[in-house]
Design a protein around this ligand. Structure first.
Ligand SMILES: C[S@@+](CC[C@H](N)C(=O)[O-])C[C@H]1O[C@@H](n2cnc3c(N)ncnc32)[C@H](O)[C@@H]1O
Length: 199
């Protein structure tokens, strides 16, 4: 089990300061004034990037050092970020609160994953957009990062079932060249999802 608080305790940003590529690719759908939740935002690279676009961002992560660095990154970029330290497995997920949720490399144990994904979907406003990228179970064959436990990795079938109530626009396993700091570098097998909450 990774100690994220320890992992983020250095001065450097473990996954860098740039946003995740798949999230960045959705830029045309992200507009100033939208509300966004970034669950498990780590050191804030994705939440801060959304805030630079003018979104009203709520970042939540369990790691105290990550949240402190997310606040520091927001200050450095001159943006507002509502950064909260909390355990998302016991968090009071709000309902119909956000236009966008960006879940990036948030690997949830299978015993909890469907319930947390349900809460994620319900936290979206009707018509709201979920952007999710995570490592696929086939990532176990690669050395470019991610959990080494299949129970924490995803497949298309698992996400299809978790988000059966959503309108799935895109759900695809793909091999990419990951280049997000030393911790995420090289050929990788990820799964990418775009889904909206039906209106
Ligand atoms: C692989 S890191 C990804 C960080 C960030 N999303 C990124 O892409 O840079 C996984 C993150 O999940 C967070 N996390 C794991 N379990 C959590 C939980 N139960 N509640 C809140 N955060 C959690 C960790 O603290 C860590 O920041």
């Amino acid at each position: 089990m990774v100690n994220w608080n320890l992992r983020f305790s250095g001065d450097d940003y473990f996954y860098g300061e740039e946003p995740n590529r798949f999230l960045e690719d959705q830029r045309h759908r992200l507009h100033a004034g939208m509300s966004a939740l970034v669950p498990a935002d780590g050191e804030g690279r994705n939440g801060v990037w959304l805030a630079t676009l003018g979104l009203d961002v709520h970042t939540v992560d369990n790691a105290e050092s990550g949240i402190a660095k997310a606040r520091r990154l927001a200050e450095q970029e001159g943006v507002e970020l509502n950064a909260e330290q909390a355990d998302l497995f016991s968090w009071q997920w709000p309902e119909q609160a956000y236009d966008v949720i960006a879940s990036i490399f948030f690997h949830i144990p299978s015993a909890m994953r469907p319930a947390i994904h349900q809460k994620m979907l319900r936290a979206l406003k009707p018509g709201g957009l979920l952007i999710l990228e995570a490592f696929h179970q086939d990532q176990l064959r690669f050395r470019s990062g991610g959990p080494k436990d299949a129970d924490l990795l995803y497949t298309e079938a698992l996400l299809q079932a978790d988000f059966a109530d959503a309108t799935i626009e895109h759900l695809k396993k793909c091999q990419i060249d990951l280049d997000e700091s030393e911790a995420h570098r090289g050929p990788a097998m990820v799964i990418r999802l775009l889904a909206t909450r039906p209106g």
